[in-house]
Design a protein around this ligand. Structure first.
Ligand code: ATP
Ligand code: MG
Length: 333
């Protein structure tokens, strides 16, 4: 049952899905090298879940196909199901059963022996901080605990390829970052991960590569850094303490060679900058000049800026009410 080892772990090949006369996914192709993380990013209704469902054999593509670990989704659905795990957008665990019972039941369906299952189960419960709650029915779990038991269950068969559809939606920031740690550890062990998200910070934190889709089509792709660079240059932002100094400060900043933008009311000046070397240079000039400065920092475009420039709206407009806060990275001195 071995698959060609040179194949990428995940490959989408011109995937199309139509619902009646609506095209939900319109020719999506990408590859995910083994042991890397791909973030599939896009607003509500972009086609993320439909793409994942086609790739995981849950719904047949109208045309095109996908390969997981070298197996074809259309031709070899059985092998695909063995090669991958999925945590869907909606919970799949049984509410009435306890966390441990869910593990025993689903692991049993995978054909894992009871003794081995008990050991793996304990380990997963521990890994997801669910040991204390293991023998309580899932219906009493918090949202974060539910996402964790969902994920634990999808890891039972130790799949080499894992699909996660909005794994942290509805989690508080702490549970979210805990889950990120778990995912990072999995990837370190060699798991290939495809995750959909509306949280740009999540993609920024986890993904090696990002594919942005909107209305069923890919509108951008690249590493988080490449996408940010595409959205524009970094800038240096400086606030002087006294309005009287603005003219002199502007003169100094001009030495960078770029155009200086002045916000008089805020006593704030902005100039293009390459990075920390520029920042250090400017700090030197101002220290020498004696001009009092309240704040100076470097501001880079965030993935939010990328998203805005690509889709014409921010991800926050779309996110389901929870905090997708991604601010520009500022280094204040
Ligand atoms: N079973 C279905 N029947 C008809 N239309 C569907 C079906 N499933 C999805 N769609 C439509 O396809 C489009 C893409 O939906 P999809 O669920 O893939 O988006 P998504 O990117 O996952 O969005 P969200 O961020 O809200 O989860 C939407 O317009 C949706 O209404
Ligand atoms: Mg979805």
């Amino acid at each position: 049952m071995s698959a060609p080892t040179s194949a990428p772990a995940i490959e989408a090949i011109d995937l199309v899905k139509k619902f009646g006369d609506q095209t939900a996914v319109d020719g999506v192709s990408f590859t995910v090298p083994e042991g890397t993380v791909l973030g599939l990013l896009g607003p509500n209704g972009a086609g993320k879940t439909t793409t994942v469902r086609m790739m995981t054999t849950l719904t047949p593509p109208t045309s095109g196909t996908a390969r997981i670990a070298g197996y074809d989704v259309v031709e070899q659905p059985k092998q695909i199901r063995r090669a991958m795990g999925l945590t869907g957008q909606a919970a799949t665990v049984d509410e009435i059963l306890t966390g441990r019972e869910n593990i025993m039941m689903i692991g049993g369906l995978y054909g894992i022996g009871r003794k081995q299952l008990r050991a793996i189960g304990d380990q997963l419960l521990e890994q997801f901080s669910l040991t204390d709650a293991a023998d309580r029915p899932v219906k009493g779990y918090s949202g974060g605990m539910r996402r964790r038991i969902d994920l634990a269950v999808s890891l039972l068969a130790a799949p080499p390829v894992l699909f996660l559809d909005e794994p942290t939606t509805g989690l508080d920031p702490r549970s979210r970052s805990e889950l990120w740690d778990v995912l990072r550890a999995l990837v370190k062990q060699g798991t290939t991960l495809l995750l959909t998200t509306q949280y740009l910070e999540e993609a920024d934190q986890l993904a090696d590569n990002i594919v942005v889709i909107d209305k069923g089509r890919i509108i951008a792709e690249g590493s988080p850094l490449q996408l940010k660079e595409q959205a524009g240059q970094a800038s240096l932002v400086l606030t002087v303490s006294h309005t009287d100094d603005i003219g002199a400060a502007e003169g100094l900043l001009r030495k960078t060679g770029g155009e200086v933008f002045v916000d008089l009311g805020a006593r704030r000046l902005t100039a293009p900058a390459e990075g920390l070397a520029d920042l250090n240079r400017v700090i030197g000039w101002f220290t020498e000049s004696g001009i009092a400065v309240d704040d100076i920092g470097l501001s880079r475009p965030s993935l939010d800026d990328v998203f805005l420039s690509l889709t014409g709206h921010t991800a926050e407009d779309n996110a389901a009410g929870t905090d997708p806060a991604t601010s520009a990275q500022e280094t204040s001195v």
